[in-house]
Design a binder for this molecule. Structure first.
Ligand SMILES: Cc1cc2nc3c(=O)[nH]c(=O)nc-3n(C[C@H](O)[C@H](O)[C@H](O)COP(=O)(O)OP(=O)(O)OC[C@H]3O[C@@H](n4cnc5c(N)ncnc54)[C@H](O)[C@@H]3O)c2cc1C
Length: 412
């Protein structure tokens, strides 16, 4: 693979940027082109619902690297331009500008898009998704005059937005169709903690309610109605009800895809000249025992590094340990491992003092550690999950004086 002369990366977000930077760092000397449909240089998404939303981080602060990095490293960045078609036979990608680019290897780093609201009123002025810097720039202007905000979906993005908006003194109603917050991603103990936190922050959380209709006046949002019969006023609605992988380009080109573009443990698609990484890819995770798709910085960045290493000759299968974080006011949640399917959780520390960890087990095996303001536990958990001999039982964790960090050190 090291003799490739042209690599095109479609999608200039976290994964695409990382792949380009890692390829150059590893000594790739061929042509490298990063094509993205957003305007400007590649930037980080996490601050969009946190420090950038609250105005604590500037637009420059979002960028992965300044302009000079790309010219110094001879990375051609084509922004504001969509890849519209893949021609696998001639190994070319067609761009919305009309240009066609030849590739020897193509990396698809197309990310995901917000799952759209499917209710009447979704196109009214004042309804916002939260994915791009352009979304947040518009939202920030609107927030200044907003009185009543409704958040649809109490996942990470909805929760982070509600945390910022309530801190700005806004009245926030958060609707969640399920019976607990962040239910798909965290343990019931962690959901309970955030439930209490939202109440303390003045966020009015309503569980078990599904949005039925958005009501408008003169083209702008004026309220919501839920399937369960709740009506509430609103002048801004922010929704975060999940994301869909951008697979259409790949599917149209005949690549295998389901919940993501399917890749093997080397991150290669069903076409050996094309890889897929980040939010758009679905890969065989050894710890999950099935193909999974993750939406996280860790996954995008690690897959970007891994694809670059493979192109430069490594044959190591991709098997990075997943980790994630969410910042909401003074709460730093950090998760290591993969908790879906866990059947037992043990809480250590004190949720009342905003400092605790939840140890999640499946059939007696540790599968995830969720920490609030306990970075020491989180870092120790990441070390634990890197090991193949993860001998940590519920009894170990319940032992008086147990410390995950000491336990890891003792086992080295
Ligand atoms: C508001 C927000 C907050 C988040 N907070 C956290 C967090 O706290 N912690 C965490 O771990 N993760 C967080 N995430 C998730 C994380 O940002 C993503 O998992 C990560 O950005 C995925 O990287 P990616 O490169 O796969 O996709 P992206 O970064 O989304 O990049 C994909 C790019 O490809 C572009 N694209 C799509 N189709 C085409 C095409 N046909 N042609 C050209 N370009 C195209 C897209 O517009 C996009 O710019 C957050 C995400 C959002 C939206």
């Amino acid at each position: 693979m090291t003799r490739l002369s042209t690599i095109v990366i479609a999608g200039a977000g976290q994964a695409g940027f990382q792949a380009a930077a890692s390829l150059r760092q590893a000594g790739f000397r061929g042509e490298l082109c990063l094509v993205g449909d957003e305007a400007g240089l590649p930037y980080q998404r996490p601050p969009l619902s946190k420090a950038y939303l609250s105005g604590k981080l500037s637009r420059e602060g979002l960028l992965f690297r300044a302009k000079a990095f790309f010219s110094d490293n001879d990375i051609r960045v084509i922004d504001n331009t969509r890849v519209t078609k893949l021609d696998r036979l001639s190994k070319r990608v067609m761009l919305s500008s009309g240009e066609a680019l030849h590739y020897d290897h193509l990396i698809l780093a197309l990310g995901a898009r917000n799952r759209a609201l499917a209710v009447e009123g979704r196109d009214l002025d004042g309804v916002f998704g939260l994915r791009t810097v352009a979304d947040v720039d518009r939202l920030r202007v609107r927030l200044k005059s907003a009185g009543q905000i409704v958040v649809v979906g109490a996942g990470f993005i909805g929760g982070e937005f509600a945390a910022v908006a309530s801190a700005l003194g806004k009245s926030v109603l958060m609707l969640e169709a399920a019976d607990r917050v962040m239910g798909r991603a965290v343990s019931a103990d962690m959901s309970e903690f955030f439930h209490r936190a939202y109440a303390q922050w003045g966020v009015h959380l309503v569980l078990g309610h599904q949005l039925k209709r958005i009501v408008g006046q003169n083209g702008s949002v004026s309220g919501i109605v839920t399937e369960q019969g709740l009506s509430a006023p609103a002048d801004v609605i922010v929704y975060g009800i999940g994301a869909m992988p951008n697979v259409e380009l790949a599917v149209d080109a005949g690549l295998e895809a389901a919940n993501g573009i399917r890749v093997n443990d080397q991150l290669v698609t069903s076409d050996p000249a094309i890889s897929a990484i980040g939010d758009c890819s679905c890969w065989p995770a050894p710890y999950a025992g099935c193909d999974i798709r993750l939406e996280s910085v860790q996954n995008a960045a690690d897959q970007g590094r891994a694809v670059a290493a493979r192109i430069m000759g490594s044959t190591k299968p991709y098997s990075a340990v997943p980790w994630f974080w969410s910042d909401q006011r003074d709460v730093k949640l950090q998760i290591a491992g993969f908790s879906p399917g866990s059947d037992r959780s043990i809480v250590l520390g004190d949720p009342e003092k905003n400092s605790f960890s939840v140890f999640c087990f499946r059939k007696g095996e540790i599968v995830a550690v969720e920490s609030v303001n306990r970075t020491v536990d989180h870092m120790a958990a990441r070390k634990l999950f890197e090991r193949t001999d993860r001998e940590l039982s519920p009894d170990d964790v319940c032992r008086p004086g147990f410390s995950l960090k000491d336990c890891i050190i003792a086992k080295v």
